[in-house]
Each structure stands twice: as structure tokens, then as C-alpha cells.
Design a protein around this ligand. Structure first.
Ligand SMILES: O=C(O)CCC(=O)C(=O)O
Ligand SMILES: [Mn+2]
Length: 209
């Protein structure tokens, strides 16, 4: 069994959870999604300033960012087509690593070029904050920073490599986190510098039984 570490309270990290063949299979799934739903350029609300990552999604809902705000919507902002389905392999990873009784509704695909980063933020556009967020990394290693629920709390960073899984759950569900930078050339998986991060999210409240 891969090792599991707790990098902040209830923030779990499985370094190397996916071996190379599993990473290649997942990458093929992601590339198929991107053929149908090409990367788009998200922008900051109000200012319209572009984010440094490019994005796409799969699932019934997808996360988008533009001048009018951050939100989940059922269609691609450029093609206006519904997002492709979440690949079965990702649904199986969600079941295996979260044990959450309802499936994810959105899988955000972040593409980091060599210069891209992501500022410290909380994932809080979901209505169901009891469900965890599952992150999977492919390609170049990222310096991932995590703190607490308040921006002022101290943070620390870990290096997320290709095949690593991270779960933001429980006391870390609303923890501030971000990517300081990626380390170009640290992985051969993509055949070029860059990193793909997938985050699986539950968006609407799950039925209580
Ligand atoms: O790229 C990562 O590891 C984190 C991505 C993230 O925090 C997000 O998409 O909200
Ligand atoms: Mn996030």
C-alpha cells in the first residue's frame, strides 16, 4: 500500500499513489477530455486579468472564472458544449481515496506551463463543504503550499510529484492552499515541461440518508 501522510490536519497526501502505467492511463483519459473540451483561459473576476493556469473540466459541472465571477456551470465557456463525463478511472480513485457516499460532480483540470502558479486560496464555491476535494498530479513537480482556515495562519509547502494524490478534507477542507511554482523538467510523463492537476469536487449538497 502506498504511504499516506498528513500534511495538515485532515489533509492527506499519498506520494506516488499512481505508478507510471497508471499515470499514463490517466493522462490518456485527460487528453481525450481535452480533445472535446479544450483548455480555456480563466480570468480574475472584475479585473479580467488572466490567471497563469489554463483550465478545462469534466463532469456534470465545471468550475469557471471570468470577469463576472467564479462559479460552476454545466457547459464550456468557449464551445458552450456540456463538459465531457468524468472518466471511470477518476471515479474509481474518488471511491478508493475519499470513501464519500456520493460521486464527484466536477473535475477541474488545471494546466501549468513552466511559469504558471496559483495564489493562496480556499476552495469554497461548492455548496457541499462536507465533501472532500481530491487532487491528483501529473507531470512536473509542484511546490504546493498549505496553511489553515485563515489566510494569516502559517503555511508550509510540500513537493507534489507526478502520481501524487492529496485530499483536502475535514479540518483542511477550507484550508488556504496554492502552488508557488512548478519545477520544469522534473517529470518525463507529459513529454514536455508542464503540470496537470485534477481536482475532483462535489458541488451540490449530497442527499442525506
Ligand atoms: O494544482 C494544485 O495542486 C492545486 C489546484 C487547486 O488548488 C485548485 O484548482 O483549486
Ligand atoms: Mn484549490
Amino acid at each position: 500500500m502506498p504511504q499516506r501522510l498528513e500534511i495538515a490536519p485532515d489533509c492527506l497526501w499519498w506520494p506516488g499513489y499512481l505508478d507510471r502505467p497508471a499515470q499514463e492511463a490517466l493522462l490518456a483519459d485527460v487528453r481525450a477530455v481535452l480533445e472535446a473540451a479544450p483548455l480555456f483561459a480563466p480570468a480574475m473576476p472584475r479585473s479580467g486579468k488572466p490567471l497563469s493556469v489554463k483550465m478545462s473540466n469534466c463532469g456534470p459541472l465545471g468550475w469557471v472564472a471570468d470577469v463576472s465571477g467564479y462559479r460552476y456551470q454545466a457547459f464550456h465557456p468557449d464551445t458552450r458544449q456540456p463538459w465531457p463525463a468524468i472518466p471511470a478511472r477518476l471515479l474509481a480513485l474518488w471511491d478508493a481515496l475519499t470513501g464519500f457516499p456520493a460521486p464527484p460532480e466536477a473535475c477541474l483540470i488545471n494546466w501549468y506551463g513552466p511559469e504558471a502558479r496559483m495564489g493562496l486560496h480556499q476552495d469554497r464555491d461548492e455548496q457541499d463543504l462536507t465533501a472532500p476535494v481530491l487532487s491528483l498530479s501529473l507531470g512536473d513537480t509542484a511546490l504546493f503550499r498549505i496553511g489553515g482556515e485563515n489566510r494569516s495562519e502559517s503555511t508550509h509547502s510540500v513537493r507534489l510529484a507526478s502520481g501524487d494524490a492529496v485530499l483536502l478534507s475535514g479540518r483542511s477542507r477550507l484550508a488556504f492552499h496554492g502552488v508557488d511554482r512548478i519545477l520544469p523538467g522534473s517529470s518525463t510523463l507529459l513529454g514536455a515541461a508542464g503540470r496537470i492537476n485534477l481536482t475532483l469536487r462535489r458541488v451540490t449538497p449530497s442527499a442525506t440518508v
